[in-house]
Design a protein. Structure first.
Length: 353
């Protein structure tokens, strides 16, 4: 089986690439290598005869046609996207162009290829999305996002992903393209680009800098270890029912404050400060505009239909993640110089005026 993975040099995409190659699949990694991409994420498989890399932008239709024609994939796993909410507040245009227009180009390139090859029954277009398209949940733990939850995006990022989800469903209904979708909760783990909450907290703590928490830290997220997610994605791509969507969650709800306190406790044990505890560095900062209160996924469908459930608790996953960052400074240190990393985004006068 040959799998075309878009965004395969990113955080989640690279986990998919590594796992797919480890399982014996041929993988084509298509990535534009924008600011959050790192080829070092896939260095462990770069020399494998099962792996190929194509530097291409999903906004470039001609490049996509060339890649499809050259590699002739059996499955497309479309992960390439602009994904940082704060960046979407400051600069929404990139999110519209990549997440909406780029997905349109991918669908059209896939459809053209699929038709030209006689509409093979085994072909799949798997679109990977986010739970943020569903909006915000109240605190009631009985209320969860399901596959039928109405869309209610509240940021430029989530609106662009909601738009791409609708395009994928439309191409399935209108043109018969064999599509499958998945919406995931917040991912974390090794190779997480250092602008998201968990790596920010780990790296700021190691530097003795403030650990910023938006608002009062009460926002709740459902945390999914990235390697669990990669396992679920490959399962959905191969066995998910065409035209169906699957919610993938870690069943690990925590407030942001609880999450940061857990990271601090792990660091206190694994890498103690000379004086004081890491929790002393926690600092509450101005909340982001339109910050959703709670995300939580009901993964009943993927559990009952495909037999998948998360294998890593948030405490286990956070310890693995902290250990990985402690042992891989040569990976994260150069990334701190990339544009926007280490800066507070999403509250500029441009964004809020």
């Amino acid at each position: 089986m040959k799998i075309l993975v878009t965004g395969g040099a990113g955080f989640i995409g690279s986990a998919v690439v590594r796992l797919a190659v480890a399982r014996g699949h041929r993988v084509v990694n298509l990535d534009a290598l924008t600011y959050a991409a790192c080829l070092s994420n896939v260095a462990s498989v770069a020399d494998s005869p099962l792996y190929a890399f194509e530097q291409a932008d999903i906004r470039d239709r001609a490049a996509l046609d060339r890649v499809f024609g050259t590699h002739q994939p059996d499955i497309v796993m479309h992960l390439a996207a602009e994904s940082h909410v704060d960046r979407s507040i400051d600069g929404p245009a990139d999110f519209i162009e990549t997440n909406i227009t780029g997905t349109f180009n991918m669908l059209e390139a896939a459809r053209t290829y699929w038709i030209a090859h006689g509409r093979p029954e085994g072909f799949r277009f798997h679109h990977i999305s986010t739970d943020e398209v569903f909006g915000s949940l109240p605190a009631d733990p009985a209320m969860l996002f399901t596959e039928t939850t109405p869309y209610d995006p509240r940021s430029p990022y989530s609106a662009s992903k909601a738009s791409s989800d609708h395009l994928v469903r439309a191409w399935g209904e209108t043109y018969g393209l064999p599509v499958v979708l998945s919406n995931c909760s917040n991912n974390y783990g090794p190779y997480h680009f250092p602008e998201k909450l968990i790596p920010v907290v780990i790296l700021n703590a190691l530097a003795g800098e403030a650990l910023p928490i938006y608002g009062d830290g009460s926002n709740i997220r459902d945390w999914l270890y990235v390697e669990d997610h990669a396992d679920a994605l490959l399962l959905v791509a191969q066995q998910g029912q065409t035209g169906r969507s699957y919610n993938i969650g870690g069943e690990n709800e925590r407030t942001n404050l609880q999450l940061v306190q857990t990271i601090c406790a792990i660091l206190d044990r694994l890498h103690p400060r000379e004086t004081g505890n890491y929790g002393d560095l926690i600092t509450f900062v101005t909340d982001r505009p339109g910050h959703d209160a709670r995300y939580a996924i009901d993964p009943s469908r993927i559990r009952s239909e495909l037999g998948w459930s998360p294998s890593v608790t948030v405490e286990e996953g956070l310890e693995r993640t902290v250990r990985w960052y402690l042992e891989n400074e040569d990976w994260w240190r150069p990334l701190l110089a990339r544009a926007g990393v280490g800066q507070r985004l999403g509250t500029t006068e441009k964004a809020t005026s």
